[in-house]
Design a binder for this molecule. Structure first.
Ligand code: HEC
Length: 133
């Protein structure tokens, strides 16, 4: 459920900090997974990182439900909430699928799939104001 705009600044800044922590966690997990897929990290952790990305994307849905402007979040997030939410849910589902592929078919198969799954940029282009990455 989409929550109405925050009623006080303190709660708003908590909401901004919270969603940024969740996004950063996702960024770190993607970086770790990328090393693993390049065989520069432990192969047995590939599925674990993919599942963690799935969980973070799930956490992000709740994190962004609070309509708190700030950070690099564009107001379009809440104006086009169904699209925004759909993108996060798709990322979560795809990352779970990536975990299954990593376990079942190995690192090479996961690497091929990872390219299409970890589509972070299109959402950032649409909904994030400053393009740090
Ligand atoms: C559904 C849209 C969406 C998707 C998908 C998405 N992001 Fe984000 N991301 C955002 C928005 C919006 C912000 C800005 C949040 C803010 O500043 O309040 C953001 C911010 C970030 C930040 C900066 C956090 C900070 O403030 O330090 C990182 C890192 C990040 N995302 C990583 C990722 C990675 C990695 C992926 C893909 C695995 C991803 N994001 C997918 C919407 C998305």
């Amino acid at each position: 459920m989409l929550l109405s705009p925050g009623v006080n600044a303190a709660a708003d800044s908590d909401a901004v900090a919270y969603r940024r922590h969740v996004m950063r966690a996702m960024g770190e997990q993607v970086a770790a997974l990328a090393l693993v897929l390049q065989k520069r990290g432990p192969a047995e952790n590939a599925a674990l990182h993919a599942r963690t990305i799935a969980l973070a994307a799930q956490a992000a849905v709740k994190a962004f439900e609070v309509q708190a402007p700030g950070g690099e979040a564009r107001p379009e997030i809440w104006r086009r909430w169904p699209d925004f939410e759909k993108r996060l849910k798709a990322l979560s589902a795809d990352a779970n699928e990536l975990a299954v592929i990593a376990e079942r078919d190995g690192i090479a198969a996961a690497e091929a799939k990872a390219m299409s799954v970890l589509t972070c940029k299109s959402c950032h282009d649409a909904y994030r104001s400053r393009q740090a990455r």
